[in-house]
Design a protein around this ligand. Sequence first.
Ligand code: NI
Ligand code: MN
Length: 225
Amino acid sequence: MKITYLGHSAFIIEEGDFKGIIDPFITGNSLSNINVDEITGLSHIFVTHGHGDHLGDTIKLAANNDVLVISNAEISNYLKEQGLNTHSMHIGGRHSFDFGVVKLTPALHGSAISTESGPVDGGNPCGFVIEINGKKIYHAGDTGLTMDMKLLEIENIDVGLFPIGGNFTMDIEDAIRAVDFVKPKLAIPMHYDTFPVIKADPREFAEKNKTCNTKIMSIGESYEF
Ligand code: NI
Ligand code: MN
């Protein structure tokens, strides 16, 4: 499995014919170094919650690619009204797709979708456990530290993606505790430095994380496992 970091909480996951993107915030992402039109061949989009820095370019990418969007029921319904192909799930639910198995995990956060006609209910925010060919990724989404993360230890996560920027999500101290709860084989920090209020030093996270190895990904970098 190959994962590529696009900055903020956006990652591309590739395995065989499968090419998924999680939280595709490209346009307006000051750290992103690609144009959204350069992202081609996508088969799936995963959206953790309705905030603009996560829902991001979902509609544009769906116009450019033949994709299935996987999200909670409220976001799925909203995107379905925009003409997108969607598969709605909800917290705690697990489903087998042709590419692998997806489970929605709890996240402590908001999820309203900002639209020109005002906010739309984006349901409960979530994280994702995505299993493909026996390899598991956990994307925490935007969340505070929660005891529920302890339940993820039994999932045997290979790679865990954790927000560290604080203010809207866990900071480094809490992200370290989250890694200890989840016990992935590898932790990757995300959701930092994009805005001044979420500035954080990923090297501090790496130094303090004694649970597993840390991989600090630069923008555009890929990692295979
Ligand atoms: Ni958010
Ligand atoms: Mn966010």
